[in-house]
Design a protein around this ligand. Structure first.
Ligand code: SF4
Length: 439
């Protein structure tokens, strides 16, 4: 490893090793709340690593067991914060994003705003429903790396209200410059995920004027995606986590039993074809299944025109996988450089949407630091600059409130009848008989 890391290498190394906080730091006053949210990935410290291509936002692990052996130390110097690599003695300037003022405000119904939504990087993340119904099975069908069942409702309001979310999104847009609101939910059961998110999306478009993203478990009723686009969805993401079917089955028992990996692929392929390159994400976790499977996942995702969202595995406290090792740096660097190249080969636009920095992953845009800056690299950079310029007026229009045609309270006229929701027991039996949904 070279002595001096570039910003993306530092990001990757911090993801896999974590950081200790020196007593000289006053994070409580300077930084965002270290709130454990969602699947537990956002439980660390938000940092910004400056660089010549772009600043990188990341959420560095601070509390997991593996952080005990980290060589990284956060220090407060005269002019700001530094990350010291105690192996090489190198210091890296970083910023700690301040906690937004609206975090301490309340909505007009009296709900603390930070319990409605939180900034993850520079976008607003809203976890919609009261946890994930995989957790209510006995034994739990929750994904093994996840801690959602332990967190939601503790740090967040369990069931969100449209009026609350509109107020928080307006505050986040006005005070934090948010351009993108991401709705996320665990398994809502009986194909309810898209139905539940639809009114929130429409309110964002008509009352706030922001780009919207939806990440719920996939629906077998693919026409519902058309309906959600009419209600104002700009982006869908699908967390299928592992390409290797054995890892998928073992580590994601709920997704395996009640959905099936093919249901994810069908939804990714359908929406990517409908919405165009880069407007759909396939989300995976690197560092658990063999690396060759992860590379295959990246090829699959980019090959169908989707955007690869690759999380580095974090053994979060309280999850079934908390004793798993954090993955090796060299493997993760290889994966991320491969991801950048797969985007280039497949013409996936990266870093084009304004104002979105995601702190929970190494984005393909962050990964621009990893390859050699040769002709191939420069050609792709030129293409992306042209795309950014061309997209500017489109995004300016999208960031103004506008009417959308979809009606979230009813299915569109002429829509085929939805596949009748099966009981979860019936789905399990059907899948055992080889007839499962998604097969
Ligand atoms: S679907 Fe899996 S990762 Fe998502 S909230 Fe439920 S258990 Fe967690």
């Amino acid at each position: 490893m070279p002595d001096r890391l570039n910003p993306a290498e530092l990001e990757i190394d911090l993801f896999v090793r974590g950081i200790k906080i020196d007593p000289s730091c006053s994070i409580a006053e300077d930084g965002r709340l270290l709130t454990r949210t969602r699947a537990g990935l956002g439980s660390g410290l938000e940092l910004v690593i400056p660089g010549d291509l772009k600043d990188i936002w990341m959420n560095a692990p601070v509390e997991e067991d593996f952080v005990y052996n980290t060589p990284f130390l956060l220090l407060k110097g005269g002019t700001g914060y530094l990350v010291r690599d105690t192996r090489s003695g190198e210091d890296y300037e970083v910023r700690i994003p301040p906690e937004p003022k609206w975090y301490t405000a309340r909505t007009s119904q009296g709900t603390p705003m930070h319990k409605v939504g939180v900034l993850q990087g520079t976008y607003l993340g809203i976890y919609l429903s009261n946890s994930c119904s995989f957790w209510y099975h006995s034994p739990s069908l929750g994904c093994k790396f996840c801690t959602t069942g332990l967190n939601v409702g503790v740090n967040e309001v369990a069931q969100k209200d449209v009026a609350d979310v509109v107020e928080v999104a307006k505050a986040a847009k006005a005070e934090s410059g948010v351009t993108f609101v991401h709705f996320n939910s665990g398994y809502a059961g009986k194909d309810r995920g898209l139905d539940e998110v639809a009114p929130f999306v429409k309110a964002m478009k008509e009352e706030v004027g922001v780009l919207t993203g939806v990440q719920v478990t996939p629906s077998p009723n693919l026409w519902k995606y058309d309906w959600l686009v009419d209600c104002g969805v700009d982006h869908f993401s699908f967390c299928y986590e592992f390409q290797n079917p054995e890892y998928f089955a073992e580590l994601l028992p709920g997704k395996e039993k009640l959905l099936g990996q093919r249901t994810f692929f069908n939804a990714i392929e359908y929406t990517a074809k409908k919405m165009g390159k880069g407007r759909v994400s396939g989300e995976i976790i690197a560092g658990v299944e063999p690396i060759e499977d992860t590379l295959q996942a990246i090829d699959y995702i980019t090959g169908v025109g989707a955007f690869p969202t690759v999380c580095i595995f974090r053994p979060t406290i309280g999850s079934d996988m908390e004793r798993y090792p954090s993955p090796p740096y060299e493997d993760m660097r290889r994966v991320m450089e491969y991801m950048w190249d797969a985007c280039r080969r497949n013409g996936i636009p990266i870093g084009v949407t304004p104002g979105i920095e995601v702190s929970l992953i190494v984005s393909p845009d962050d990964a621009r630091y990893l390859p050699k800056r040769d002709l191939k690299w420069r050609g792709y950079e030129l293409k992306l600059s042209a795309l950014r310029l061309a997209a500017k007026p489109i995004f300016a229009r999208e960031l103004r409130p506008r009417r959308v045609s979809g009606d979230p309270t009813r299915y569109p006229a002429g829509a085929p009848d939805p596949v009748a929701p099966m009981s979860e027991e019936a789905v399990v039996m059907a899948r055992k008989a080889g007839l499962g949904r998604g097969d």
